[in-house]
Ligand binder design. Structure first.
Ligand code: FE2
Length: 521
């Protein structure tokens, strides 16, 4: 009994998170949601999804809303004039009466259809996505969730490709694509109902081609933000969407997000999954046009965690934070094999060979354990280090970019608690990397921008302002072993361009102004 009560508590969402759903009663459409505390001023903002005729992304917008003065933990609001067959989207908001703060949900999608007797029922729809993944110059992936169990296909290059499963989550691999522009749409079928997305497009890079990609980090939310849209389910929804808008404008081939994607720090797997799906939703529809490589951070690796006294530990597989990560994302599975009983490395440690570059992603918060004095788990365990040695030895690409979350050479409040907490481990990885001269190492964790030259002549770029809160502390001392070239606390993103055997970095503010630029190689 005690265990059941505990499970119920762990399964509960916090006061600032809701999972609204569509209910059809007597041919009327309602949005219903339950809040953890008593809440008031429930609002539903909704409208038809404004898909443009040409394949291009568009920004979230609603032309209608319903509102009530109810004070309750359960709200159900009636949506007027819903036309059968059309796709609608909505978000809800409410005021929590305990914290006296406005909270908002992520964006949801629905469609109603008529059954053979003319009564309304929910039609099948993609609730999350489609989202684009990249595995190599020729191999891509598309993943999404549907509201009902469904069969699904991607229509591309006059072919229909399916994952041949009946499920709510689909991962469809697109292999051996030729270079150039691709147009695709997704078709899902559940029962007698069929749903078609509009057409999306993306560019496939030729093997050996020059690249342009965007790197940013730390898109998580903070309860300190006044705007509800800056802290939806652990994600800075507005800033992340703005980042992706910039990625689209810059015409990049792909985006790398360097961890602390979500606030994490939850004992509820359900809430962890809601946070990740909110993160993907915040980037939509841009992430249907641009593939994103996700890198794990310490906040991500505490979704979920287990508390043992003062220590937070990673649950054992299949309930670990790494398992949830793997379940949510569709990323390369070329990482090392984990020891029996340990969380998987698959999809949180990987590499992508694309164009003329190799991108290597490491998980420096693997099997994350935290005590009162800070992180207890190693930064780069032996398994990852051995794997990295082999990957670097076999590398045939002209350019090498290494990405992980916590800096090897931190600069701000995280001095002494990042990779520099274990100097022997840092020495091992830095010695190894210096032998292969990466163009740059990209890290985040510290909420600012800093480009520095570190021992071994390695560029380390800290980029951690894709939504995470601004630090009040300043950088007062610069470690002797680094040479700092540029520092900024503004929201920003890094653009990397490879050109034959040369590579360049341009760092821009969200207004498109250049903060920093340099030749990396
Ligand atoms: Fe972090």
């Amino acid at each position: 009994m005690k265990a059941i009560i505990l499970l119920l508590l762990l399964g509960q969402l916090p006061y600032n998170a809701v999972k609204p759903k569509i209910e059809i009663r007597h041919d009327s459409v309602f949005v219903t949601f339950r809040t953890a505390n008593f809440s008031t001023d429930p609002n539903v903002f909704y409208g038809e999804v404004p898909y443009p005729e040409t394949p291009r992304p568009f920004l979230l917008d609603y032309d209608r809303n319903v509102w009530s003065k109810n004070v309750d933990t359960l709200h159900s609001l009636y949506l007027r004039d819903i036309k059968p067959g059309k796709l609608y989207h909505y978000q809800v908001s409410y005021i929590d009466t305990v914290r006296k703060i406005e909270c908002a949900s992520r964006e949801y999608f629905f469609r109603v259809i008529q059954d053979k007797d003319g009564h309304l029922k929910e039609g099948v729809v993609i609730t999350d996505g489609p989202y684009l993944s990249i595995f190599s110059s020729t191999d891509y992936g598309i993943f999404f969730w549907t509201n009902h169990e469904s069969k699904a296909w991607v229509e591309i290059d006059n072919k229909k490709i399916s994952d041949n499963t009946v499920s709510r989550k689909h991962e469809i691999y697109l292999k051996d694509l030729n270079g150039g522009e691709k147009k695709y749409r997704v078709i899902v079928i559940s029962g007698v109902d069929t749903f078609y997305t509009p057409t999306f497009k993306f560019h496939v890079k030729k093997n050996g081609a020059d690249l342009k990609f965007l790197v940013a980090g730390d898109s998580r939310a903070s309860w300190r933000y006044p705007a509800a849209s800056y802290r939806i389910n652990g994600v800075n929804f507005d800033i992340l969407r703005l980042l992706m808008l910039n990625a689209y404008r810059e015409g990049v081939d792909f985006v790398i997000l360097l961890g602390d994607l979500i606030s994490g720090v939850t004992q509820s797997r359900e809430y962890g999954e809601l946070q990740y799906r909110t993160y993907l939703n915040a980037m939509w529809p841009f992430d249907a046009f641009i593939p994103v490589l996700h890198v794990p951070g310490n906040h991500d690796m505490t979704a979920p965690y287990i508390k043992k006294g003062d220590i937070r530990i990673d649950p054992e597989p299949p309930n670990s934070a790494e398992d949830l990560w793997k379940e949510v994302f569709m990323l390369p599975e070329n990482g090392p094999k984990a020891k029996d009983g340990k969380p998987p490395y698959k999809e949180n440690v990987y590499y992508v060979d694309v164009g003329n570059a190799k991108i290597v992603v490491l998980n420096v918060d693997y099997n994350y354990t935290r005590g009162k004095g800070g992180k207890l788990s190693p930064a780069l365990d032996k398994t990852q280090l051995e794997w990295l040695k082999k990957i670097l030895k076999d590398n045939k690409k002209e350019h090498l970019f290494v990405c992980f979350h916590e800096p090897a050479y931190p600069l701000g409040p995280h001095i002494g608690s990042s990779l520099d907490a274990r100097l022997n481990e840092r020495r091992l990885i830095w010695n190894l990397l210096s032998r292969y001269s990466p163009d740059a190492v990209f890290v985040a964790h510290e909420h600012f921008y800093a480009r520095m030259l570190t021992p071994g002549n390695i560029w380390q770029v800290i980029t951690g302002r894709a939504g995470a809160p601004l630090y009040t502390t300043d950088v007062t001392k610069i470690p002797e072993d680094i040479k700092l070239f540029k520092f900024s606390k503004e929201f920003h993103y890094c653009l990397i361009e490879t050109e034959n055997n040369k590579s360049y970095l341009t760092t821009k503010t969200f207004t498109g102004d250049t903060l920093d630029s340099c030749k990396l190689r």
